[in-house]
Design a protein. Structure first.
Ligand code: DGY
Length: 417
């Protein structure tokens, strides 16, 4: 076995707690994170299917009664993470945050089922997973797209997973920071503050959180009144792909799929309205302030992962993707390096993230296999050379943020297989 595979497995096992896995071992994220857990499950599936299924089960155990799967589950309430379980003050059986994260779980589950032999006992458990995941997708449709436009909103930048991306600069500027706001950040004591969001970003993250909390996370109410309400193209690409994967699993397990099928049809049409022909790019939309968002984020290309059947647009995107960070050494900077908001080291404002490379690599397999392979090989080389970190400089591969990062290890295991 190649030494990097061994190391990746060791990282996942090292970060594993009782039934779930921390994103890293350095105290930056001392809880279970929604999309991290899904990627982690994929990693486990290459050497321990039981751990993969257990990871998913534990995440779904935290589902709220209305169907939402929270973005954080606080299994251990005694940590110095902020905002912690008391700051959120919510949860169902498990204390949690009051927002969600990109719904990649079903796509990961489908990948796992495609590649593994499943016993009858496991099948029964997986059917329960699928029913819960369906409920979470219906939650998105009901509460995050009440007008049935085909596209869902996020109500906090943390829901995107790309927290301080410059995508959110304009909508965030409009969020009036709570008077006398008081909280104590812990993240910037654990890793280099130059690699983390700014204090002013946190002031707004906490302001939005407190507002949601004040409204008791009532999903109908917060959709209408949240301080941040954005239709993000990356998030919706993930959701469209997730709905397509959900249909396949629903059919496989003989569960009704009509509602989701209809929604996909609406999404496929609506999403094309978010393509600007002149600028040759997809944009996101700030629903609260009624403004288009044109920021060259790598997540705008997740539409390739959504697999829309429009080869003309796909080809334009691939042509532009090839220019995204042409001059830099490593694929793909989170924000295009020539943009005024690009920062080489600051979290989602420039660094390379392994999950973004992974999405794009997957999305290109049936569209430009050669390019997909190139991205895959470059990503594998980056991780093997620089280690399993949270993110990397696109200029020289310098590793940043947390080390022993679970999803970098997990997605390496998928890319190398
Ligand atoms: C953090 O704490 O930085 C997380 O990204 C929020 O989900």
């Amino acid at each position: 076995m190649n030494k990097h595979i061994k190391k990746a497995q060791k990282i996942l096992i090292g970060n594993r707690k009782k039934g779930y896995t921390l994103p890293t071992n350095n105290k930056l994220y001392p809880a279970q994170w929604n999309w991290d857990s899904a990627f982690i499950a994929l990693g486990y599936s290459y050497f321990n299917l039981n751990f993969a299924l257990k990871e998913i089960k534990t995440l779904l155990d935290g589902q709220w009664k209305d169907g939402m799967i929270p973005h954080i589950l606080f299994h251990n309430t005694d940590t110095n993470y902020y905002p912690n379980h008391t700051a959120w003050n919510c949860g169902n059986k498990i204390r949690s945050s009051g927002i969600t994260q990109p719904p990649i779980l079903v796509s990961i589950l489908r990948e796992i089922l495609d590649k593994n032999k499943i016993t009858n006992i496991q099948k029964k458990e997986i059917k329960k997973f699928i029913i819960k995941i369906k409920k979470s997708h219906e939650w998105f449709i009901k509460y995050r797209d009440p007008k049935k436009t085909g596209l869902v909103s996020i109500l906090h930048p943390w829901e995107s997973g790309y927290d301080n991306s410059s995508l959110w600069d304009e909508p965030m500027k409009k969020v009036k920071i709570e008077k006398n706001i008081q909280y104590k950040r812990a993240d910037n004591k654990v890793v280099n503050p130059e690699h983390r969001p700014l204090n002013i970003d946190y002031d707004r993250y906490v302001t939005i959180k407190n507002d949601l909390r004040k409204k008791k996370y009532d999903p109908k109410k917060i959709f209408k009144t949240a301080l941040f309400n954005v239709v993000d193209i990356g998030f919706n690409s993930i959701f469209l792909k997730a709905n397509k994967d959900l249909i396949i699993l629903l059919k496989k397990f003989n569960i009704d799929s009509a509602k989701i099928s209809n929604y996909i049809k609406i999404t496929e049409k609506s999403i094309l309205k978010f393509f600007d022909k002149k600028k040759e790019t997809f944009f996101s939309y700030d629903l609260r302030n009624k403004k288009k968002i044109f920021i060259p984020s790598i997540t705008n290309y997740l539409i390739l992962y959504a697999d829309i059947k429009n080869s003309k647009i796909n080809n334009i995107l691939i042509k532009n993707l090839k220019k995204h960070n042409l001059k830099e050494k490593y694929f793909f900077s989170s924000i295009k390096p020539n943009h005024q908001t690009f920062e080489e080291k600051r979290y989602w404002r420039g660094p390379v993230w392994i999950n973004c490379n992974w999405f794009i690599c997957k999305g290109l397999i049936n569209k430009d296999e050669k390019y997909s392979k190139k991205i895959k090989e470059s990503t594998i080389r980056l991780v093997e050379k620089k280690g399993f970190h949270e993110y990397y400089s696109c200029k020289n591969g310098k590793p940043m943020g947390a080390n022993n990062f679970s999803w970098s290890a997990a997605l390496y295991l998928d890319l190398i297989n």
